[in-house]
Design a binder for this molecule. Structure first.
Ligand SMILES: Cc1ncc(COP(=O)(O)O)c(C=O)c1O
Length: 414
């Protein structure tokens, strides 16, 4: 080993250049917005933070107990790349319950959150120049994950007249011979749209004509629903192309387990083998303790989920009523997830008390931060403008205070 003798100064290179894949991507805008809010709080400002995409509830007691029991029982070692037998059984039975599909172990991968599972799917399949179709508004991470893995995101704008859902015509127009994946997210972050079985069947009809295109279906919010319409899993709704559907889920949102970092994906065994081969060199496996906790979450008492969804529904209705009453703001009613996506086009062009003109939705979010002490995320981060996203995974009193502060600030605009 070449090295520095004791006492000798360590030579530090005077420059550092990250790899091209890092230079190509942005820091997550939601992380950046949360950091901005944190900085202001550190300066002594009172900030109402609606940027955070995680439940405010604590992880349920039975799940914590399962993790503690796993530690006490010595389940503290590496596991198989695709998880402990208990977790694999839990994922299989959960998928059977929610999709009616009987998956087997070779069809299953796990990772440090749904986020890592999606990243691994791209890493395992994309060659330079391969394209990934991403409908707007999209979860901020998809395009950057594609870019980080040498792929090309193909952003397809959705429209209000199709309820911000991808149409078969728009899908077909975006497909080329380099298309590898279509990403669907139902219900979605940031807009909460839920695809119906008929809408998914219509997309499948197009995909049947393009056997080289696979579907990555991010269903992480599948249990957080406000409609009477039941959730339609993409794999179940696309039986003709089911072998090309990779379904991603996780325990973060449904069971308030964001910090436990446990997600999973189910799909074609060849795809899974490629992901697991890569995972064997990336992290070996997620935490054994989180795996035990997730197994309990997926198979134990589910009343926590029902209670949370009831609370989210009341908060959604409250936020819709309060924000909808503010002049210039038009919230879109979400079918699921815990975000309100709010049109702010009527504020563009207005002037602040100091004479600055609001030209973009980023200007609006900075204005709300400065003038109202409310942190939200600009719609342009999600590929649509002018909007902003507000998380309602917070208490009703915080929603009331935030909406009042936004109303007060907006009233000062001219
Ligand atoms: C749409 C969507 N997919 C996936 C994730 C990843 O969640 P996790 O990695 O915590 O499972 C998130 C988290 O914000 C999300 O909003």
């Amino acid at each position: 080993m070449s090295g520095t003798a004791p006492g000798e100064p360590i030579t530090v290179p005077d420059d550092f250049t990250p790899a091209a894949r890092v230079l190509r991507i942005r820091e997550s805008p939601s992380v950046a917005a949360s950091a901005r809010a944190r900085d202001l709080k550190a300066q002594g400002r009172t900030i109402i933070d609606f940027t955070v995409g995680e439940p405010d509830f604590d992880t349920p007691r039975n799940v914590k107990d399962a993790a503690i029991a796993a530690i006490e029982a010595g389940q503290t070692k590496y596991t198989a790349v695709n998880g402990t037998p208990a977790l694999r059984a839990a994922i299989r039975s959960r998928m059977l319950r929610t999709s009616g599909i009987e998956y087997t172990d070779p069809q299953l991968t796990i990772g440090g959150g749904g986020k890592q599972v999606i990243y691994m799917a791209f890493a395992a399949t994309l060659d330079p120049g391969d394209q990934v179709i991403i409908p707007t508004p999209y979860w901020v991470s998809y395009p950057d994950m594609v870019l980080a893995n040498d792929g090309t995101p193909v952003i397809v704008s959705t429209r209000p007249d199709s309820a911000y859902k991808l149409t078969p015509t728009a899908l077909e127009a975006a497909i080329t011979d380099r298309t590898k994946w279509l990403v669907l997210n139902t219900p979605s972050n940031p807009i909460g749209v839920l695809y119906t079985p008929a809408e998914l069947a219509a997309l499948a009809e197009v995909l049947e004509r393009y056997p080289h295109v696979w579907v990555l279906s991010d269903e992480i919010y599948d249990e957080i629903l406000y409609t009477s319409q039941p959730f339609a899993g993409v794999a179940a709704a696309m039986p003709g192309i089911r072998s090309r559907v990779f379904t991603v889920n996780g325990v973060s949102k449904t069971y308030a387990m964001t910090g436990w970092r446990l997600g999973y994906g189910v799909g074609d065994p060849r795809l899974i083998a490629a992901i697991n081969k890569l995972q064997s060199q990336v992290s070996s496996c997620p935490s054994s303790i989180s795996q035990a906790a997730a197994a309990e979450a997926l198979t134990g008492d589910q009343s926590f989920v029902t209670d949370c969804v009831g609370a989210y529904r009341s908060r959604r209705d409250l936020a819709l009523r309060l924000i909808g009453a503010i002049d210039g703001l038009t919230p879109i009613t979400p079918d699921g997830a815990f975000y309100l996506y709010i049109g702010c086009g009527d504020l563009i062009g207005r002037h602040t008390a100091s004479g600055a003109q609001l030209r973009t939705d980023e200007d609006v979010t900075l204005f709300l931060l400065e003038a109202a002490g409310v942190a939200v995320i600009q719609g342009s981060a999600y590929g649509t403008a002018p909007f902003f996203r507000m998380s309602f995974a917070t208490s009703e009193s915080v929603i009331e205070a935030g909406a009042a502060a936004i109303a007060g600030a907006v009233a000062t605009l001219r």
